[in-house]
Design a binder for this molecule. Structure first.
Ligand SMILES: [Zn+2]
Length: 431
């Protein structure tokens, strides 16, 4: 018998590996940060541990990956709803950000966001906002995995006076976090309408210099496309492609108004998409062409976007809405099947962030980012198909345990590494 640091046992172990293997009465053995064995009860004959989490009638699966968010925007949850994007942004969000956002705001709001994400089973998030170092520190302290990107805009922001300063800060963060376990850094120019051609190219040069991801919004609204067609005589995707911006390290949030040629560009350049269905529906931005993009073999992850346009960071809700939206939009119930959508929230999310060598599935050698979902609930009984429950029946509150990088971050819904009462008190004070 070999010793290991943690053993997790549960009724259904969903691996999300290439074969979509499921182990009934499955066991995962973890040593330090990695999975060292996975399978049925036979694992218990080979491995023992002082720490065993036996979750009984539960799903054990990879942690969810939120591929596009603005975490600290949780403090603007519900500040303005039911408005067109331009009014919402110009009259409410941007003035509120100018008035309230500072380092302390980001620190406190990021703690609330991380707490909300962990409690809904998210173990890794891709972030774009201000004072990103604060978000990185909070995530690191709680023990959460994050890809962070200081937003680059042509105009002054609460954290940076110029885009040059934002690029310099990004470079400093890349160097600082090069060898960090949980935190990695992306270059994050906001979009083609908030960044000049010159700044987009500089952002891409910086991303290339360190071989890191470039994270931006692409084709979120019809207006973005129409303006780009009018000014540049081409679609946003072609405009970016001609600049040499798009490649397999591009994480493109939204990508709603893509035509067939744009989808072909994404395919040729291996661009990764972060699909944010709830935000897109709430702001009435449009419906992403999931069918065509998925059939083209594009990698599509799921994102919540910020809580000002969602209004939660609960990826289970986005899973359900994603499945329902594309069925009704295509009048075809076979589109966006449950297992496909669970892949989007796990392994394809990892692929979108370029982290699938480390996370996204439960396999030997991968990092132990694991969540468990208790099925002993009226709304989760009986169980014919775990994927079906995850997409159509599970709520965020059903997530019971969260393990990240081999460490127990939440046990029986108690999150360690953060004072939950204090985080909630701070949020009330802000309001
Ligand atoms: Zn966004």
């Amino acid at each position: 018998m070999k010793n290991c640091s943690l053993i997790i046992k549960g009724k259904y172990v969903l691996t999300m590996d290439n074969q979509m293997s499921i182990f009934n009465d499955g066991v995962v053995a973890v040593d330090n940060d990695r999975i060292i064995a996975i399978g049925g009860k036979e694992i218990l004959k080979k491995y023992k541990s002082e720490k065993i989490i036996d979750v009984g009638n539960s799903i054990v699966m990879p942690g969810l990956i939120n591929t596009h968010t603005h975490a600290a925007k949780v403090y603007f949850r519900g500040i303005a709803d039911d408005l067109p994007l331009s009014t919402w942004l110009e009259k409410h969000i941007w003035p509120a950000e100018a008035k309230y956002v500072n380092k302390n705001f980001i620190k406190n709001a990021s703690a609330l966001a991380c707490l909300e994400m962990i409690k809904s089973g998210v173990t890794c998030f891709n972030n774009m906002y201000f004072f990103e170092q604060e978000t990185a520190s909070v995530a690191n302290k709680i023990g959460m995995r994050a890809l962070i990107g200081e937003v680059i805009l042509d105009f002054p922001t609460p954290s940076r006076k110029t885009p040059k300063e934002a690029l310099e800060k990004t470079e400093a963060m890349i160097l600082k976090h090069q060898d960090r376990e949980l935190i990695s850094v992306a270059v994050a120019p906001h979009s083609i309408y908030a960044c000049s051609r010159e700044n987009l190219i500089k952002a891409k040069e910086l991303a290339d210099k360190y071989s890191v991801n470039l994270h931006l919004h692409i084709s979120e609204t019809k207006k973005e496309n129409e303006d780009c067609l009018r000014i540049n005589k081409k679609s946003p995707v072609k405009y970016l492609d001609e600049m040499g911006i798009l490649d397999n390290k591009t994480i493109a949030a939204h990508s709603i108004w893509l035509d067939d040629e744009d989808i072909e560009v994404y395919k040729n350049r291996q661009v990764k998409t972060s699909h944010c269905p709830i935000s897109n529906m709430k702001l009435a931005s449009g419906v992403m062409n999931f069918k065509k993009m998925n059939e083209s073999g594009l990698i599509i992850g799921l994102g919540t976007d910020g809580a000002a346009s969602n209004n939660t960071l609960d990826l289970f809700s986005d899973m359900r809405v994603c499945a329902l939206l594309h069925k009704i939009n295509n009048l075809n119930p076979e589109i966006a099947s449950a297992s496909e959508v669970v892949k989007m929230a796990t392994i394809n999310g990892a692929k979108a962030l370029g982290m699938d060598d480390k996370i996204g599935s439960l396999e030997i050698g991968k990092k132990a980012d694991i969540i468990t979902i208790n099925l002993d609930k009226p709304h989760l009984s009986p169980v014919y198909n775990p994927y079906s429950h995850l997409v159509y029946a599970v709520n965020a509150g059903d997530v019971e345990n969260v393990i990240i990088n081999g460490k127990i971050v939440m046990r029986d819904r108690e999150v360690f590494g953060v004072d939950e009462d204090e985080v909630l008190r701070n949020a009330c004070k802000f309001q």
